[in-house]
Design a protein around this ligand. Sequence first.
Ligand SMILES: Nc1nc2c(ncn2[C@@H]2O[C@H](COP(=O)(O)OP(=O)(O)OP(=O)(O)O)[C@@H](O)[C@H]2O)c(=O)[nH]1
Length: 387
Amino acid sequence: MSELQSPSAIARWRGEFTSASTESAFLRDQGGVIRHELTRSLSICGISYLAFALADVAHLGQSSQTLVLFLARLAIAMVALTGIVLTRRSANPAKTAYRAATVFTSLAMLTFLLVVYARGELLLHGMSMAIMLIIVYLFIPNRLRNATIVALCASASFLALVYSFGTVSARQLSTMTMLLLLANVFGAVAARRNARLARRQYWTQQILINQSVRDPLTGAFNRRHLNAGLLDGEIESARRRNASLTIIMCDVDSFKSINDTHGHQAGDALLQDVARLLLSMTRDGIDTVVRYGGEEFLLILPDTTLADGRALAERMRTRLAAANSQHGLVQISATASFGVVSARLSPELPGIASQALIAHADELLYAAKRNGRNRVHAREWEAAGAA
Ligand SMILES: Nc1nc2c(ncn2[C@@H]2O[C@H](COP(=O)(O)OP(=O)(O)OP(=O)(O)O)[C@@H](O)[C@H]2O)c(=O)[nH]1
C-alpha cells in the first residue's frame, strides 16, 4: 500500500473513494464478500421471480399472456444465473458483480413492469415496487450511482404505467408517489451509509496494516515484515521465474560518532534522510527497503543482476556522500558502506535460505567497513558460497 487516504477522501454522494486507485484496491480486497452477497441475492431473486409465475396463473389462467410472462420470468432467472457464474469466474469479482447487478436489476424491473401491464392489481404491485426498491438499494451489491439510476427510472416508469391505466384515483396516485419517493430516499441513504462505512473500515484496516509493517522513524519496512517471509517469498518467486535476485545491505558509517557529536535527534534526522534517499532510488512496488537494524538497511531487488545491483549501490553511495543532512543550523554529512549479493535462481537449482543470503551480504558489508568504509563490496551468490 503506497498511499493512504483520509476518511474525507470518500466522495460525499457517490460513497466511493475519490482516488480511482484506492477504489480499485478496495474493490479487489472486497471481491470475495461482494461475490458471496451477489450469489445469495440473485439466487433468491431468480427463484422468487419464477415462483411468482403461480400468481400469474392464478390471475390470468393458462393463457398466452401467462406463457409470455413465464418466459420473461425464466429469462430473468437465467440472467441471474449468468451473472453469478460470470462473477465466480471473474478475476475481478467486484467489478463483474456490479455490472451483473446493473444488468439484472434493469431487466428485472422491466419484467416487473410487463407483469403490471398484463395483470393490473396496481395497489398490490405498488407495494411490490417499494419492496423491490429496497432490494435494489440494499441487498444486491452495486455502485450506489447505478442502483439509484435503476431505482428512480423504475419508479418513474411504474407511476407512468399506473397513471396510464386511469383506474387509480388522484389521491391514491399521489400517496403511491410519496411512498415510492420515501422508499427511494431511505434506500439511497442507507446504501450510501453502508458504502461509506465499508470504505472507512477498509481505510482503518489499511492504516493498521501499514503501521504494523513500517518502521515509524524512517517509513521503511520493519523486521517484522521481513520475518513474515518477505525474502523467502522473493527467493521462491525468482526461482519459479528463472530470474536474478539481488540484496543490498547498507550501513551508515561511524554513526555512533554522529550521534555523539550532534545528538540523537540529529542522528534520527540523518536516518530519515538516508531512508528517503534509498526509497527514492528504488522501484516503487517492486523493490523493498527494510530497516534491518539501528543504522542498517536491507534492500531487496527482484529481477536485478549483480552488475545492476552493484551499479545501484555505487550510485547510492555517491549520492549519500555528496548529500548533507540539515538539522537545525547544523549540516551533517555521512557516508555508508554496502554489501551486495546477487543470485541467479532457477527451478532446477536448490533454493537459498534467506538467512544465508543476508549473512553473505552482511559479510561483504563488514569487509567494506574493514577496508576503509564508504565503499561497495559485491559478489555473486555462488562465488560467495564457495568462498
Ligand atoms: N539516533 C539514532 N541512533 C541510533 C538508532 N538506532 C541505533 N542507533 C545508534 O547507532 C549507533 C551504531 O553504532 P555502531 O554499531 O558502533 O556502528 P557505527 O558507529 O556506525 O560504526 P560502523 O558501523 O563500524 O561504521 C549506536 O550508537 C546506536 O545507539 C536510532 O534509531 N536513532
